[in-house]
Design a protein around this ligand. Sequence first.
Ligand code: PEP
Length: 252
Amino acid sequence: MANRTPFIAGNWKLHKDCADSITFAEELKRAIPQDIDVDVMVAPTFTALHPVCEALKGSPIAVGAQDMFWEAQGAWTGEISADMIRSCGCTHVIIGHSERRQFFGETDETVNAKLKAALAAGLVPIVCIGETDAERKAGKTFDVLGTQVTKGLNGIDPETLAPVILAYEPVWAIGTGNTATPEMVQEVHAFLRKSVADTTHKELANAMRILYGGSVKSGNIAELMGLNDVDGALVGGASLETESFSGIVRYK
Ligand code: PEP
């Protein structure tokens, strides 16, 4: 089995202004051990990216953006490019979060365009996929996820896909307190690894980190991390406080 370093990411969403983000980043820097053997990342709002990168210099905590645009520059009012994100000091970017899909018109095609641009700019993309409650109840979970993987990775040279991290986030589990059961999570993660293998190749799929997201907290992280195909977590609500996030990061 491939040796995949665990990855825990905190998505701050629309929380914390610049001052609060810096204070929080400094707290996390003190709370998370320098020699932690887990990759840790936080995703503040765009306006706090640069100050948080500065605040976290010298710590093991990486910084990522919550979204990006696929064009490098031009007349695209309100958008942010991958190079701009990098120039703030970021190394990662979240792409295709279900809130972007649900409320801001993100599609598998735009996810694919963003993924290509992120890889070209040297950012580590965290690509989010997940089924809605209605899709799960209709028995469409695996169709939906299979399509999201195939379309998301479409037309990308597998040799360039190594940095990609996949995040399985069932929409019905995000922010609801309803974590998917360990059986559901393992079943989906194994399916996703196979879908990536079928779309690209087996070595890449074995090495790819697949995160779970959806009401992860310090009380359920250890069980989730014990599952064969779970390599980390994308955390929303519980990433907003030092104690809960550092508790998740130090799950071992
Ligand atoms: C998320 O938004 O990616 C998420 C998983 O949120 P929460 O942990 O609050 O469910």
